[in-house]
Design a protein around this ligand. Sequence first.
Ligand SMILES: C[S@@+](CC[C@H](N)C(=O)[O-])C[C@H]1O[C@@H](n2cnc3c(N)ncnc32)[C@H](O)[C@@H]1O
Length: 280
Amino acid sequence: MTRRDGDTWDITEGVGRTALGVATARAWETASERPLFTDPYAQLFLDATGDQGLELSPERRRSITDYAAARTKWFDDFFLSASAAGVSQVVILAAGLDTRAWRLPWLSDSVIYEVDQPKVLSFKTSVLDTSDAQLSAKYMPVPVDLRDDWPHALRAAGFDHNEPTAWSAEGLLPYLSAAAQDRLFEQIGLYSARGSRIAVEAFSPAFFEPENVARYRERSGAPHELWYMEERTDVAAWLCAHRWDVTSIDAVDLMSRYHRAPASDDDPPALSMFVEGRLL
Ligand SMILES: C[S@@+](CC[C@H](N)C(=O)[O-])C[C@H]1O[C@@H](n2cnc3c(N)ncnc32)[C@H](O)[C@@H]1O
């Protein structure tokens, strides 16, 4: 699949399939001996599509799972901390098959908006509706493309820009062009009340260099022609310049924090940073 403006996808196609890839890693982690989190629904999505996952060596599978596990845990902790601080409006951008709305113990008055492409969200809710998954918060799917007027769709679903929001962008930015990424953050800024929080998986310029993409493709077999290979705005710097108080941790340090450090220096994770911001 070559990327173009306005392209769309189902869960088994192009960018949609990447959500299944992450669900696969979460299913592997859940079935492991000492999981960092459990996602009892991840396997349901794989069963529903008959997805067999990629043929990978045990080392490669371990390294993909470790990265996805550390990332999932970091975003889980972000939402739990925002919730503990009383932020009850949540927007998960590019939610894919993330099941935090069902897995985490939310404040009872929380409202969780999930934004993603229509077919991805309808696949997800159709699978969860036929499972025993229970929500402890109000759930609002917002089926819209993040390159379109998604704030309009979010407001139509009940989002209140006067309330602080906990936003997340996990596994999203490489699938947006540099210009679309800039627009996304401008819109987030516009719709964030004081006290809002944000968690972003961001990528260093080296991530988008052809050499890294080739290495990544060779190791994971994943379809990285889906990424927009462009120089782009540094997310942490942008947030700092727009009144967000920012902290960040690099992927290797995060994985080490969770005792999931990469096995060797030859096998670094995706040159990513985990950036958290709080709007002053
Ligand atoms: C790698 S998956 C990550 C999903 C989820 N955040 C997770 O970590 O499990 C990428 C997701 O981004 C969504 N996505 C990418 N570009 C998008 C766009 N322009 N509009 C809406 N969703 C988009 C895809 O549909 C897919 O669900």
